[in-house]
Design a protein around this ligand. Structure first.
Ligand SMILES: C[S@@+](CC[C@H](N)C(=O)[O-])C[C@H]1O[C@@H](n2cnc3c(N)ncnc32)[C@H](O)[C@@H]1O
Length: 257
């Protein structure tokens, strides 16, 4: 590997531990980051022709910017930019936005905030961010050690962390929003969630902690057939965000991928 390649690999490795940066793995992650206003610092591709074809067919709105940023990297260096090199052959670095959690919680609209308590899989966190962006949620917050801006969360979220406020928090933040614990052990009318709620979801294995559930105004279960223990975390979030939501986004009118 040439010296320039080694320096680049080092730069991408250090970025994985830098709280001001985002490592974007793969075409769709980069596409959404560009579309939702990320400040892109570096783009590398091992196959410019393949990237040009993807950009033309899936992201014509950002094609010119993306192709203007992309620089060639050799196969050996590309393989070392990530522990799991992306099959689309593109990687990028971007700045993380500063997220105003207090401001997001104070937003006056009816859209809910999603709070994940100690999620354990970056892929699940990403899937939650993706559906929250699609459904128009006000924010996604996560407690615990699995960060929603980790490269694997960004990959799972297809870079939609840039589409809404997404942040790690130490605990359920204080706000004037109703708090709803979404819990298979809950009860009540799961279709009657107050506007502006903070919807709290538990971790994949342990569920919602008793301490957090006690702080909720409501504890609601999504109905399930007898014998089924629970839904996947991201599936439960999707159900809650789309169930009878009066303010769900209108169907999109352009075919933008
Ligand atoms: C995989 S589940 C956790 C299962 C865990 N063993 C439990 O008993 O809660 C992850 C999270 O998804 C949500 N969830 C999954 N299925 C649900 C259901 N039927 N009703 C309400 N919440 C559900 C809850 O927030 C739960 O903490």
């Amino acid at each position: 590997m040439r010296t320039e390649g080694r320096e680049l690999v080092q730069r991408y490795r250090e970025a994985r531990h830098d709280a001001t940066l985002a490592v974007l793995e793969g075409f769709h992650t980069l596409k959404h980051a560009l579309r939702f206003g990320a400040e892109i610092l570096d783009v590398r591709t091992r196959d410019p022709a393949a990237l040009a074809r993807l950009a033309a067919s899936l992201a014509p709105d950002v094609e010119a910017r993306l192709m203007g940023l992309a620089e060639l990297i050799d196969d050996a260096a590309f393989a070392d930019l990530s522990p799991a090199p992306h099959p689309t052959g593109v990687m990028a670095l971007a700045r993380r936005p500063e997220v105003d959690v207090t401001g997001a919680l104070a937003a006056p609209g009816p859209e809910p905030v999603v709070l994940l308590e100690r999620p354990a899989h970056h892929g699940n966190i990403g899937a939650v961010v993706r559906v929250a962006a699609a459904a128009g949620a006000a924010a996604v917050l996560a407690t615990g050690s699995h960060h929603p801006w980790h490269p694997a969360s960004l990959r799972g979220g297809a870079g939609l962390q840039y589409a809404l406020p997404v942040a790690r928090v130490d605990d359920l933040p204080a706000s004037n929003r109703p708090v709803v614990a979404v819990d298979p052990e809950g009860e009540g009318d799961w279709d009657a969630v107050p506007a502006r709620s903070v919807l709290v979801f538990g971790s994949e294995r342990a569920g919602i902690s008793e301490a957090l559930a006690r702080r909720a105004d409501l504890r609601l279960a999504i109905p399930m057939r007898a014998g089924v223990s629970s839904l996947n975390l991201a599936t439960a979030v999707a159900v809650m965000l789309y169930r009878g939501q009066p303010n769900r986004p209108a169907p999109r009118t352009s075919p933008t991928a």
